[in-house]
Design a protein around this ligand. Structure first.
Ligand code: GCU
Length: 413
């Protein structure tokens, strides 16, 4: 969706102004899409500590190995959330409440989350859709989203009954007892942030600092942090059961989702749709998008991650270890057959290689080590996966699998 990067070339001194919009990858002629040309690689073992000791118990995983892996992802890939110089006060304000949304089925809340310390203020808007018929607090799907709550994406679709304009099957979600929460990516950090001078960052700077350090947060970490703050809000809303929230996202937001769920164990489940490079896909396959290509978005990852441009094999982690950080909580990975830039097979192999950690924690890994056929979802374990026919989007088919997976894990159906 957000694959289009706008390049503006303005010829200064001339009257002409050329603006063209193309996907960066369309300029690439060195992308590997050939399974036979994938280099030989060895994946780091999530179940061996940095000191070389095998991890054989759930306690060793929780107390030793999990924190090690978490800190490697923070330091070398996404960047860590810095400690602010001054505590940040966080307040919630319901700006609008519409109790009669979708013919009275849904209450729609527009909630402003405000942040403040002596360094400054920031604000983000979260939309919350609650099923009116529910008598008890409900589980929720929380989408880390590209859609701006101030735009028309959250109006009802005029062509597809029960859907929002942005393709979310809201009618079905609320009928099946879920709330839907949309967290906007662009309020606290820009999509392709380069200045880091506005948004949330100023609240985190020490005196004299004006830019994140090399090991500190890039855009994806800030996007996930926004989701965590929305979860803080949900903990105050008694119509939602904040202990049953599935965080989800597509593409860039799928990357942010997995990293958010890895860090914040309050998220009960994570769903990534076509998160690709920097998301579920394995770095070491170098198929489709690679580290150096992802780092053309200058700050999605931390500055430290650039050291691994064309040196993926030197990484102390790979993305199966990101998925394993979500264990024992259920995780779902979705791919698309035509979404080769995101390396569907690499997304599957990550889910596959997270299996031993799930097993160690008494959970059920994928039932096969081979990429399933298109539209044959693997829904019966604690790691779920499907590859849908088609390209880079979230389709009703994807939603159906996510809902089935959530029904089992969040509603015990
Ligand atoms: C680009 C980028 C991907 C990203 C995608 C998106 O294609 O290379 O890594 O997932 O945009 O967010 O739509």
């Amino acid at each position: 969706m957000l694959r289009k990067i706008i390049f503006s070339v303005v010829a200064i001194g001339f009257t002409s102004c050329v603006v063209f919009s193309r996907e960066l990858k369309e300029f690439d002629n060195d992308v590997n899409y050939d399974e036979a040309r994938i280099p030989r690689y060895d994946l780091p073992d999530p179940l061996v500590t940095a000191e070389g000791k095998p991890v054989t118990t759930a306690d060793q995983w929780r107390n030793i190995r999990r924190p090690q892996i978490l800190s490697l992802f923070a330091s070398f890939i996404y960047g860590a959330v810095p400690v602010p110089p001054d505590p940040i006060a966080q307040t919630y304000h319901v700006i609008k409440e519409d109790k009669s949304f979708m013919g009275g089925k849904v209450t729609k809340l527009d909630v402003s989350i405000r942040f403040k310390n002596r360094k400054g203020t920031a604000e983000t808007h979260v939309l919350v859709f609650l099923p009116n018929k529910a008598k008890e607090p409900v589980p929720a799907f929380m989408m880390l989203s590209f859609d701006n709550p101030r735009g028309g994406s959250f109006n009802l679709s005029s062509s597809r009954k029960g859907y929002l304009r942005n393709g979310v099957p809201l009618g079905q979600l609320v009928d099946q007892g879920y709330a839907y929460v949309s967290v906007y990516h662009g309020d606290l950090v820009g999509h392709n942030e380069v200045s880091f001078s506005g948004g949330i960052h100023k609240l985190f700077y020490r005196d004299g600092q004006s830019f994140p350090k090399a090991h500190e947060w890039g855009v994806l970490t800030a996007n996930g942090w926004t989701g965590m703050r929305a979860l803080d809000y949900l903990e105050t809303n008694d119509r939602v059961d904040a202990s049953r929230v599935a965080v989800m996202g597509h593409s860039k937001m799928g990357k942010a989702t997995l990293w958010a769920a890895a860090q914040d164990q309050r998220f009960a489940m994570a769903i990534s749709a076509q998160s690709g490079c920097g998301g579920a896909a394995l770095w070491r396959r170098k198929y489709g998008e690679t580290m150096s290509k992802l780092n053309r978005f200058p700050h999605w990852l931390s500055i430290n991650a650039r050291k691994f441009n064309d040196h993926e094999d030197d990484l102390p982690v790979d993305q199966h270890m990101l998925l394993s950080l979500i264990a024992p909580r259920p995780v779902y990975v979705a791919s698309g057959t035509a979404d080769t830039w995101a390396d569907p097979h690499g997304e599957f192999q990550s889910a596959n290689h997270a299996g031993p950690v799930y097993k160690l924690l008494g959970k059920k890994p994928l039932s096969t080590t081979k990429l399933p056929s298109p539209n044959q979802p693997l829904l019966d374990g604690d790691i779920g996966y499907h590859i849908r026919t088609g390209g880079h989007s979230v389709e009703p088919y994807d939603w159906q699998q996510f809902i089935k997976f959530a029904d089992r894990h969040l509603q015990g159906k």
